[in-house]
Design a protein around this ligand. Structure first.
Ligand code: ZN
Length: 367
């Protein structure tokens, strides 16, 4: 893996008219620029991420390097290329922080096309009739031949570095540099939702779709098995019987997400007659479901859980379970809640022969 992701976040955003620079405003529950960083990390395509900004920012992830930008976009871009010059990257992706809505699938598609090309750039067409002003004349353009280019764009590092080093004029993206120097660019289909946020009204360009899913699970308690709840081991007299580790919390979360996505249920995804899932840790079962969610640009608004048992007492393990789920699902701790519910010592659960759990999740995405 010899890829580097450069995120340009040094712009002043004059058209945005806000005290806070637009790349740092709160957007979908986090600073706008973090959407791009999180997707770059989740894609697993990059060894490092270079964040170019003129603001003081601290981020703890060791993959992220923060450098100061230049006055103009092309200068910031070149500073980042200089910064990674000796790090032996084969490919470099360059992206504007003002476009937080691209998908991880777009990153993967760009990367795939870079195998046979030195520059790959996403574009969309326009629905507007298009004219071009040339001196005093205005001419019609065929709109299907007009390409509106977006970022992320990706390049063979050496080729881009040399073009950028010799460039002395303002260019608004790296594709322009390639075309100016008569170098080939492979254009691929971009994404309508990948708009550049320029004005405040752009934040509401796409309506948000919010959907919900519910999950329920129950497992019998048996001796000589370890108890796992929410991905952590809990000292107890018994463990949960099941094909996997029987983690009822994770199983009900998986079903709630699959429910929201209308993708059947946990049994269809992990059939119990398949030996490869025998004794699997439930955290491993959760991971592909979260990836699917992220790859399709959904984000979680909140997750609420009822753990139904006489013991163990939820209050004792609440924080540990929430921390564990926050790590496994890559979501903020503050959007997870877990409640303990006893059943007045009634039935299987009351006699500590079983533990049940229900979960409800709310997820959203920009349409
Ligand atoms: Zn289960």
């Amino acid at each position: 893996m010899k890829n580097c992701f450069i995120l340009l976040a040094a712009g002043k955003g004059k058209r945005f008219k806000s005290k806070t620079l637009k790349q740092f405003i709160n957007y979908k529950n986090k600073p706008l620029f973090m959407h791009s960083i999180d997707k770059a990390i989740k894609s697993n395509l990059f060894e490092i991420i270079v964040l170019v900004t003129n603001n003081k920012i601290k981020l703890s992830n060791k993959k992220i390097k923060i450098i100061k930008g230049g006055k103009e976009r092309y200068q910031s871009s070149h500073k980042a290329l200089e910064f990674i010059k000796n790090k032996k990257f084969k490919n470099v992706f360059i992206h504007d922080a003002a476009r937080p809505n691209f998908s991880i699938n777009l990153l993967k598609n760009l990367n795939k096309n870079l195998n046979k090309n030195k520059a790959v750039v996403p574009y969309i067409n326009t629905n507007n009739s298009t004219k071009y002003k040339n001196k005093n004349r205005i001419v019609n353009l065929k709109r299907e031949k007009v390409l509106l280019t977006q970022t992320p764009q990706c390049f063979d590092f050496k080729t881009l570095y040399n073009l950028s080093k010799n460039n002395k004029t303002i260019v608004t993206d790296e594709a322009t540099l390639f075309l100016k120097n008569s170098k080939n660019v492979k254009f691929i289909k971009g994404e309508e939702a990948n708009i550049k946020i320029t004005k405040k009204s752009d934040l509401n360009t796409f309506p948000i779709k919010t959907i919900y899913g519910i999950g329920f699970d129950i497992h019998r308690l048996i001796k000589n098995k370890k108890l796992y709840l929410g991905g952590i081991k809990i000292p107890f007299h018994s463990g949960l019987k099941g094909h996997s580790d029987g983690d009822v919390i994770i199983h009900s979360i998986i079903d709630s997400i699959l429910g929201a996505l209308r993708k059947k249920d946990i049994g269809s995804l992990y059939p119990s007659n398949k030996n490869k899932f025998k004794n699997i840790r439930s955290s491993k079962m959760l991971n592909p479901v979260i990836l699917d969610l992220n790859n399709n640009s959904w984000y979680i608004n909140n997750l609420d859980i009822n753990l139904i048992c006489e013991r163990p007492k939820v209050s004792k393990y609440r924080n540990k379970i929430i921390n564990s789920l926050s790590g496994l699902m890559n979501i903020d701790k503050n959007i997870i809640n877990i409640k303990g519910k006893t059943v007045e010592k009634l039935g299987l659960i009351g006699k500590e022969n079983a533990i049940a759990c229900e979960a409800i999740v709310s997820i959203s995405k920009y349409e």
